[in-house]
Design a protein around this ligand. Sequence first.
Ligand code: IVH
Length: 701
Amino acid sequence: MYTKEIEITLSQLAKELLGHLQQKESKIAIDKTMDDLSRVIIYNDWRYYVQSEPVLSDYEYDQLYAWLKKLELEHPDLVNPDSPTQRVAQGLTKAFPTVQHLVPMLSLENSYNADDLNDWDRKARELSGLADIEYCIEPKFDGASISLIYEDDRLVRGATRGDGVSGEDITANIRQIRSIPLTAKFASHGIHSIEIRGEVLINKNTFKAFNEQRATENLPPLANPRNAASGSLRMVDPREVAKRGLEAFLYHMSYHTMEDGKAEPKEIQTHSNTLDLLSSLGFRTPSKEKKVVKGIQAVIDYCLKFEQERDNLPYEIDGMVIKVNDYALQDRLGMTTHHPRWAMAYKFKARQATSKLRNVEFQVGRTGSVTPVAKIDPVPIGGVTVGSISLFNEDVIKEKDLKIGDTVLVERAGDVIPYIVKSMPDLRDGTETDIVFPTNCPVCHDPLFKPEGESVWRCININCEAQVVERMIHFVSKDAMDIRSLGESNVRKFYGLQIIPDIPGIYTIDYTKIETLEGFGKKSLTNLQTAIEQSKTQPLHRLIFGLGIRYVGETTAKTLANAVHHLLDLREWTEEQLLELEDIGPKVVGSIRQFFSNADNIHMLQRLEELGVNFKSTKSDHHTSGNLEGQTFLFTGTLNKLKRSDAEAMVEQQGGKILSGVSSKLNYLVVGDDAGSKLEKAKKINTVRILSEDDFINLIQ
Ligand code: IVH
């Protein structure tokens, strides 16, 4: 894609452009600047989204992007349709027209064990008359499949798989996926038009964060990253798609025409060549994960080995795909109406199982939400026994048509919480019964309410014991005040024994009462006391998060802690002031204002402060992401002005990372006196920037 020389030139160009910005220089040619900015941004998109190795900080990147947007606004006649800013479409896509695939998108045949693979290999050897077949093995991505068409080097269409023959035209949404290049130099390989296939994914962390956000809004989580990816691809507003952080791997070339109408590009005789070619043109492919082997035993070994890695990958895979590597041999083997004979999916151990739905219990959460929880006959799924599954709300029960006694399909994907995929109404024998949602709180028996437009029933008795306990459990939890010795079971126990009646009660425990309890030795008592004492100095954002204000997740808690000097300042904050904060909308503002205008809450907070809990904003409340976000550093030799540990802390404070050795992943090597082999090694890698201690101090300031 980029030679080392071009990479260096583009990195230097980025620095020059940033330099211009700093000096507010205006005497440079507009069209050239726009072109330079485009090239630098496209290169950095590739480094970030395809290579996962950014070379600019987020801050630098954002500055360049904003500059290009500004110039485009001022000079609309100079806007290039392939400019990186042009991914973001305006307006809504009202319908996704149906489009024909150039070549039908077939499925793959599945195999589950070594015997299946041996059978397949034997047939392929018989058909081909070869003693040993060369295979290319790659991950089977668990996402939504897509097909892309490029003509004259430009992306002209993106479609879903649909029924395999035709899919939906989702070009506007596909353009939001930053790892998919809008242009690619196919012509330099003689290719005029090409259809390529791949998979759109959401990585596990993005998915988790997305569901956490949904949880603060009381929305049921999306079931798994696959559903999240395919749902995202069909959203009507491409700007929303852009926010979903979708990624794409391309793994198949289904059709192409050559510029001269005849010749095939010499370099693509095999599937593995195709992956390398696509990588070299800027696509993300399984080029690093793929393995080319001879004979089926090596295939089996690699599949088994890769299965061990499954949970370490940042995205979901549900197996491996094995492809006959040589295209000429693929043609000889041909296909059935369903699948090619030259490819086979090897499916990993299922993460789905069926079980019987025996009962539904109703749990009251800290905000009074009543959650139905399905109790099923325990089944092992992906190494964990699942017996309890949240059903989130009444609508989910209706949508999935669940009845007590039903056979249900249960899925647990990776570290994702288990969920019920569907019921199986065909297997009913008439003994199944409806799930009756309670009209009164199962704990305090007050009537339940469902606010208009919401799907969650709530107990609005703020003193409902279930809520009080759940609020305390949340307050002491790991991401809130992190009082480790006071986990969920102890909170329940101490509340039941009236040792801790409410949140401030945590700081006035009568330890003599605990001493007499079974299982509490001197040591565990001291540990508990120390943990509670230490929690008083937790940074403010943890306290805010721990209060469990509706819609206030960890990120909002940080924003608030960052904005105030003292927690109780929030009593005086107006709606307008709150709305000015980053990513805080009217719903969150309403909830914050409601919390801080409630006299009981203020009284509770005042008690906490009197008991010594920190209410003031400190340094660690301020966002750690800074100018060095995504940048990597390593220090070598003796520093004169700074202590090494302080210098490292400064890097981390601004969002950078410290690496342990010199590699191509390293962005900056900071060199003190008597630097040794690290400096020599770094000099050989063109992309590592070498800084003196003074350079470093300048950079960090
Ligand atoms: S090749 C004609 N390679 O699996 C063969 N498919 O179960 C084209 N999939 O519809 C497919 N990872 O969506 C291929 N590395 C990979 C894949 C892959 C995931 C999906 C694809 C296909 C489905 C078949």
